[in-house]
Design a protein around this ligand. Sequence first.
Ligand code: CAA
Length: 271
Amino acid sequence: MKVFVVGSGVMGSGIGQVFAMAGNEVKLYDVREDALKKAMDNIRWSVQKLHEKGSVRDPDSVMSRISTSVDLNEAKDHMVIEAVFEDLKVKGEVLSKVSTITHEIIASNTSSLPITDLSKFVKNAERFLGMHFFNPPVLMKLVEVIRGDLTSDQTFYKALDIVKSLGKFPLPVRKDVFGFVVNRVLFRMFTSACNLLELYTPEEIDSVAMKELGMPMGLIMLLDYTGIDVNYDISKEAERRGFPFRCEVLERMVRSGKLGRKTGQGFYDWS
Ligand code: CAA
């Protein structure tokens, strides 16, 4: 299969890597060449790491299946995965353009925006749906597959098969609500943990998640890991839609530029 991934950030590059590791031809698109270079460096590191651990047999052949592009027109005849900034307007612009270029399935990696809201921007929206990977995409097994009001049966079942072909576990999501299943659950926990920061240290809060709940990573560390700005944006959108996911501390961190792992500083020191 030929796959065109729009957006080469942590999620886009990780998703592209997953598809290439499963034998697909991948084109990674971004507007900036330097972003694509960074993405390819990260993929190379990750593929090599997985090779050393025995889960990738031939790293060179995986890398040979990934190319880059700064031209959206190259999406022609490709299945598209949209993985740009989590903003309805930004995603809408990309989806509207790319859906006039390819006739294949288009999937959004949105973590929370209802697919039916996004489908307004897509030409022939019966071939559009959500495919929500988790960070880091190469290691996390679950993928939410979300059907919007306009998604056809054919598209939905094909997408479930595609996710299985990647060696992942698809979670079919038939109720297209804000945050789907995972983020509806996660954001309640994030909000509780985040608001406790007024009283406890990150280490204290995280020890509960790890030692009592058996999570591999504490909730506050997970905010750093996935990006404080990303989580802040989701919490703002949630608030607009009437969900109680507000945490003042996130806002203060974003204002001070401490966005977590990606900036070297967050609730923890990643430098
Ligand atoms: N590719 C290849 N190898 C990787 C990697 C990657 N992308 N990321 C980490 N690794 C490797 C590390 O280098 C390390 O290798 P060594 O043992 O050789 O040092 C190994 O994996 C283990 O990593 P760590 O020692 O750093 O830590 P870990 O054992 O805790 O595993 C983890 C890392 C898999 C990320 C684990 O902590 C975990 O599962 N965390 C929870 C992640 C999670 O819940 N993600 C969902 C986030 S929510 C989300 O994404 C939703 C949203 O919409 C916002």
